[in-house]
Design a protein around this ligand. Structure first.
Ligand SMILES: Nc1nc2c(ncn2[C@@H]2O[C@H](COP(=O)(O)OP(=O)(O)OP(=O)(O)O)[C@@H](O)[C@H]2O)c(=O)[nH]1
Ligand SMILES: [Mg+2]
Length: 195
């Protein structure tokens, strides 16, 4: 972990989505180890920010306790995580925005530190082997026009669009437990608090 002071940041927790593998449930509100997933993420990131943004595509009021700002997708369908990233960057109060998925409660302080310590005028993204993880990243707000232009041109993949912006990698080993995301009831039920 670096001793460098971390930049002030906004944090964007992505909590929309179809949740098909969870039987259509609202992902952030599903419980793991007795608490909603979003509560775990909130607790983890709260010390890093005074601007905690939650992106969802329905039931915004049910997320209010955990958010400084709420953004709801402007489409009733499920436009995907890039929609949430655009909406979150548009309201972020800080220049750097840490983006995390709401279903990854094992993210730890060390990983958040590594991401924020690398913040610059390019995206910073977790990389596992050759695979870039677009939803564990720090984005400068200044990339928003690029995301908007891509969106208007029909781009929907955060990974594809962020890869074009010469991202900086934070390397994690393949299978790093901190990146585990719980997409199914089975994972929720059987993932222990400590690995
Ligand atoms: N705002 C917003 N976030 C989304 C959307 N789709 C996915 N996400 C978020 O992006 C992250 C990765 O999505 P997945 O874990 O694949 O979620 P999902 O698409 O609901 O899951 P499945 O339907 O089971 O594939 C999660 O944190 C989701 O909450 C969306 O349409 N809008
Ligand atoms: Mg997931």
């Amino acid at each position: 972990m670096s001793d460098k002071p971390l930049p002030p940041c906004s944090v964007l927790l992505l909590s929309g989505g179809r949740g098909q593998r969870l039987g259509g449930l609202d992902k952030g509100l599903v419980e793991w180890q007795g608490r909603p997933l979003i509560a775990w993420l909130h607790e983890r990131v709260r010390p890093f920010t005074d601007d905690l943004i939650i992106s969802c595509n329905r039931n915004a009021d049910r997320y209010a306790t955990w958010a400084d700002q709420l953004v709801q997708d402007d489409s009733p369908d499920y436009p995907g995580p890039l929609a949430g990233i655009r909406a979150g960057l548009a309201v972020a109060r800080h220049e750097q925005v840490l983006v995390l998925p709401c279903d990854a409660p094992k993210v730890d302080d060390a990983l958040i530190n590594d991401l924020l310590a690398a913040a610059c005028d390019h995206p910073v993204m977790v990389r596992q082997g050759n695979f870039w993880e677009p939803l564990f990243c720090v984005l400068p707000r200044a990339v928003l026009p690029v995301l908007e232009a891509g969106w208007q041109a029909g781009e929907r993949s955060p990974q594809r669009i962020l890869r074009q912006l010469n991202p900086v990698a934070v390397d994690c080993s393949e299978g790093d437990p901190r990146l585990a995301n719980f997409n199914t009831p089975d994972l929720l039920a059987h993932s222990p608090l400590k690995d």
